[in-house]
Design a protein around this ligand. Structure first.
Ligand SMILES: *Cc1c(COP(=O)(O)O)cnc(C)c1O
Length: 590
């Protein structure tokens, strides 16, 4: 393994791979004090950059500043969500850069400035992140607000934001001197208009009717795309009238000529699919689902991960430092968790659990019992994630708790301000808590974000995940839990199709088929909790600790962004740096 690490660094410094990867993402979770993300996509982006910095990969990233942040969530006694803006001052945490770029929106010039954040790796390598900002005196009032609100506003506002991100971002990088040999990575379709910018550079003054296949190929050669959305409705698209008004006829014609217009709309996924040379789905199952949606494209799968040293809580980090000190530099060493004594796994988890229960007490006044099976469920509150599935039959749940073993459940998750279904879901959890009358203790922690996620994924005994299939492209919080020895109990979708070994790394809910029967999931959840998980937890605690240990050794060692970034480097960014016979075009071989 050491040998591999050395070879890898040589790849990075020798000849062919000296070009830079420019990573574009609408949201990036950089640190607690910078609220420029809403959920999984942003956390993945941040973890990707943290691992790229650790590995010394030459990456630069572009996102929007989101001056108004993503909101603070408040919940009243009935679980009714209200929102308030996050107070943060970009001026205080981020330095301004001098470079500027210019985009044209509805014929107006819009000036784009940027602030810089630097992600530092374990060995000091730096990944600069440029957060684009249109709040400049030379812009109109309306244009100044374009980099204010993440996923806010209407379609028109979103399109303008995506122009700033894709075209403004590409322009800024050019102004900063990143140009020759840059490989562009589009993290989701939001930034797909950067391909339009590249195409215009390629055309160098020629018109859309002079567009040739070779021009498209030249752009494609420099671009890599990761799609995250498993249903057609989820893909970003804009009515052509709006696009025409905002970008003008010539650009619409170019977009038509480059495959971006689909069913009469500008479709960002189609644009990205058509103008990139490597398309990635974020898990094997998601690759298969995406291939069904887009049969004309070869879609690969490099499965998502999480940044191991960020998401391992202090208790397990201390244990790993003592037992397998190489784990920080090379996450593969987590495989050797198999030799950690089970008693140490149990003791370490008890520390993480204590920290979470203290925080629950501090925030809610509720005292949870450290000896009781504690289930965690936290992610964006939106209907397909079915946070309330475990309450489908509260009588049954209460019976299980009474007859087999006590249960307490800790929830977290924000609903998007416009997601009425998500807000309703939170209210239903509060209502279920009322009906359970303490037979199962339920708490919902407000304002789920990075710091709270840290405590939750490490402090519970079981991480529950039961979205409607096949809507979970990957899911990542179960990977964070695994690093802390917390097994998942999840439907077989997203990463869990790969991470799950029944009774070894955790447990499944429902059938393995891509389109399972959703009505069976609740039943299955109860049966497995009643007959397998609770009896193991209460009756055979060391056997339960063995599952915890496998979660670390098998899943923690693999589902991390260090492995993921290495795969992107070798399979997507710089495939030519590998000898032809070991080049992996399609990671089904993985
Ligand atoms: C990890 C994380 C998510 C994403 O969780 P999923 O399981 O992928 O849905 C969302 N929000 C926060 C704050 C996170 O840390």
């Amino acid at each position: 393994m050491r040998f591999f690490a050395i070879q890898f660094e040589e790849f990075m410094t020798l000849g062919t791979t000296r070009s830079t990867v420019a990573y574009f993402s609408m949201e990036i979770c950089l640190e607690q004090a910078i609220p420029t993300y809403s959920g999984g996509l942003g956390v993945l982006a941040g973890d990707t950059l943290r691992s790229a910095a650790d590995l010394g990969v030459p990456v630069v990233a572009v996102t929007l500043l989101h001056r108004k942040g993503y909101f603070v969530q408040h919940l009243d006694a009935n679980g009714q969500q209200t929102e308030s803006p996050v107070e943060w001052s970009p001026e205080q945490v981020l330095e301004a850069v001098e470079a500027r770029s210019l985009v044209t929106i509805e014929g107006r010039p819009v000036h784009v400035a940027a602030r810089k954040f630097v992600v530092k790796g374990v060995r000091g390598h730096e990944v600069p992140v440029f957060l684009l900002d249109t709040n400049l005196p030379e812009n109109s009032e309306w244009d100044r607000a374009l980099t204010d609100t993440l996923y806010g506003g209407d379609e028109h506002y979103r399109l303008c934001q995506e122009i700033v991100l894709g075209m403004g971002g590409a322009g800024l990088l050019q102004a900063l001197g990143y140009d020759d040999g840059v490989i562009y990575h589009l993290n989701e379709g939001h930034s797909a208009l950067l391909t339009l910018q590249l195409l215009e550079r390629q055309l160098d003054g020629r018109q859309h009717f002079q567009l040739e296949d070779a021009d498209l190929e030249a752009v494609r050669h420099r671009c890599v795309f990761t799609t995250h959305t498993p249903v057609p409705a989820g893909h970003d698209k804009f009515p052509l009238d709006t696009v025409r008004k905002v970008l003008g006829d010539e650009r619409v014609a170019l977009l038509e000529g480059s495959g971006g217009v689909y069913e009469g709309m500008l479709n960002m996924t189609h644009l990205a699919l058509h103008l990139t040379r490597f398309v990635n789905g974020v898990a094997m199952r998601h690759r298969d689902v995406s291939r069904t949606m887009f049969p004309d494209y070869l879609i690969n799968s490099i499965t998502n991960g999480v940044h191991a040293t960020t998401w391992t809580g202090p208790a397990f980090a201390e244990l790993f430092d003592r037992r397998i000190p190489e784990w920080r530099r090379d996450n593969l060493y987590l495989r050797y968790a198999v030799s950690i004594p089970l008693q140490e796994i149990r003791d370490t988890h008890a520390v993480s659990k204590g920290i979470l229960l203290d925080e629950v007490k501090r925030r809610t006044g509720v005292t949870l019992d450290p000896n009781v099976m504690t289930i965690g469920f936290a992610r964006r509150a939106t209907p397909y994630k079915r946070a309330d599935l475990i309450f489908s039959d509260v009588v049954r749940l209460a019976e299980i708790a009474r007859n087999v073993g006590k249960i307490q459940i800790v929830f977290g998750g924000k609903a998007h301000p416009h997601d009425g279904g998500g807000k309703e879901l939170i209210r239903r959890i509060f209502a279920a808590d009322e009906r359970l009358q303490g037979l199962v203790e339920v708490v919902y922690l407000e304002n789920y974000e990075m710091a709270l996620a840290h405590l939750m994924v490490a402090g519970v005994d079981l991480w529950l995940n039961n979205p409607m299939k096949p809507l979970e492209a990957s899911g990542t919080s179960g990977m964070k839990a695994a690093l802390n020895g917390v097994p998942s109990f999840s439907v077989l979708d997203g990463w869990w199709v790969e991470g799950h070994v029944e009774g070894v790394t955790g447990w499944s809910i429902g059938t393995p088929e891509a389109e399972g029967d959703p009505s069976r999931d609740a039943l299955d959840l109860y049966i497995k909790l009643e007959r397998v998980i609770l009896p193991l937890f209460y009756g055979l605690p060391f056997a339960y600790a063995e599952v915890m240990r496998w979660a670390i050794a098998l899943n923690g060692s693999f589902f991390n962004t260090q492995r993921m970034v290495r795969q992107y480097v070798h399979n997507a960014y710089f495939p030519d740096s590998l000898p032809a016979d070991v080049r992996v075009e399609d990671t089904a071989l993985l």
